[in-house]
Design a protein around this ligand. Structure first.
Ligand code: SF4
Length: 233
């Protein structure tokens, strides 16, 4: 098993799963939809998932994996999860969704494990060491779930954000993919207007859009920069 710092984030044995946490068998993912590969897509939030789903739906059968123990606090976590659920429900009522419904799996929420994984990096700038650990942890948890549940391809919505370094995500995704025997779908989803499209679709679906990345340190930094609304994501 991995020995890097992010592995601490994946030690979820002590975590209490939220009510929403579920385990699925392969049949829960819809084996009848065999014409396209099954993709386990880590989703950081409802807004970011909108444009990525739109871009990938014709190429993959998508299961969203909401795995975000970085989010502070639990109220904010539940707010983002509610927005994610709202998007899935609305999308599955559209023509595209009726043709190929989205599935959503919610990972256990383990904020203490996340905080332990980034200990010592609390003051690192966004995009630095703390974020590499955070992103690696979420990607690795996604890869583990994919490997245990019959997916061969995984990816993440994180690259939609203009604040996320695509090359860094790609490097981490590929390194993890090799260890789990999976394929990492590495696309810069902010390219070709992806971020603007996510903003547009979020408004269209009436989704809550947060103004800080997720952890308590990013909230602190956002407030220091000028408070709510400065960096809508
Ligand atoms: S700023 Fe965002 S990516 Fe970086 S550690 Fe915090 S939640 Fe994770």
């Amino acid at each position: 098993m991995p020995s890097d710092p992010a592995s601490k984030f994946n030690n979820l044995s002590a975590a209490v799963p939220p009510e929403e946490a579920r385990r699925y068998s392969l049949s829960d993912y819809g084996e009848e939809r065999e014409e396209r590969p099954a993709l386990l897509l880590h989703t950081c939030c409802g807004p970011c998932s909108t444009a990525v789903v739109e871009r990938l739906a014709e190429r993959y059968r998508i299961t969203l994996y909401f795995c975000n123990s970085n989010i502070d606090d639990e109220e904010e976590y539940r707010r983002r999860l509610a927005a994610q659920r709202a998007f899935v429900a609305a999308y599955n009522g559209t023509d595209a969704g009726l043709a190929s419904p989205l599935a959503l799996v919610v990972a256990p929420y383990a904020p203490e494990a996340f905080l332990a994984s980034v200990a010592g990096q609390e003051d690192a700038p966004e995009g630095g060491a703390r974020c590499r650990i955070c992103i690696a942890g979420r990607l690795e948890a996604t890869a583990a779930h994919a490997a245990m549940n019959g997916f061969s391809v995984f990816s993440t919505t994180l690259s939609v954000s203009p604040h996320k370094d695509f090359e860094g995500i790609l490097w981490l995704g590929r390194e993890i993919a090799v260890r789990y025997g999976l394929t990492f779908l590495g696309e810069d989803f902010k390219a070709r207007g992806g971020f603007a499209r996510s903003v547009e679709l979020s408004k269209q679906y009436g989704l809550y859009r947060q103004n800080f990345c997720g952890c308590r340190f990013s909230r602190r930094d956002a407030e220091a920069r000028g408070g709510r609304g400065e960096r809508a994501r």
